[in-house]
Design a protein around this ligand. Sequence first.
Ligand code: FMN
Length: 207
Amino acid sequence: MNVLMLNGSPHTKGCTYTALSTVAAQLEKHGITSRIIQVGSQAVRGCIACCKCADTGRCVFEDDSVNEAIDLLRQADGLVIGSPVYYAGPNATLCAFMDRLFFMKAAPYAFKPAAAVVSCRRGGASASFDRLNKYFTIARMPVVASQYWNSVHGNTPEEVMQDKEGLQTMRTLGDNMAWLIKCIQAGKAAGIEPPTPEAWEKTNFIR
Ligand SMILES: Cc1cc2nc3c(=O)[nH]c(=O)nc-3n(C[C@H](O)[C@H](O)[C@H](O)COP(=O)(O)O)c2cc1C
């Protein structure tokens, strides 16, 4: 069992990483491995709406890790994405990456548990958290809850390490995600299949 993690921060070992690695350490206690893709240091383009991914299942741009993430997420049992808060929202690099990772190719990710974590110095955590959860809830991915909205506070990893409740929230998230992944696995072994999606009633608001 394995979980894919995306670190949206440009700081490879910063505050967001500290949050993600706390979740990863808790998953490890339950026998679940994690792999972090360092997204935030890459030059990531936005989606150009070419819609080629609808035919190929891949993104036309090969100069970053989006296609690698598509392959890894198809194989993974869960997803955790982490973002620093920039102007009360998730950072632009992660959003550009997520738009391209999900647009028209999220069907294989359905029913994989997912969660977002955010790190901020002072404000904007819950708005950023809400925005990131939108990727999961449009893709039939069960959102894993913790004991609070998944945020840590700090401007440096050392400050994050002082945020005891934030770190506990990350550990609880790891416990809850491990439990849900194992429940889904046990359900499959017992013959419980995920629901079959209906044909999409696609309307542009009303028609
Ligand atoms: C461009 C930019 C915008 C930021 N905006 C906010 C903000 O709106 N609210 C906040 O509390 N911190 C803000 N910060 C601080 C970071 O969110 C905070 O230091 C975060 O923990 C850094 O995580 P990292 O070490 O993983 O990059 C901002 C930082 C940058 C670089």
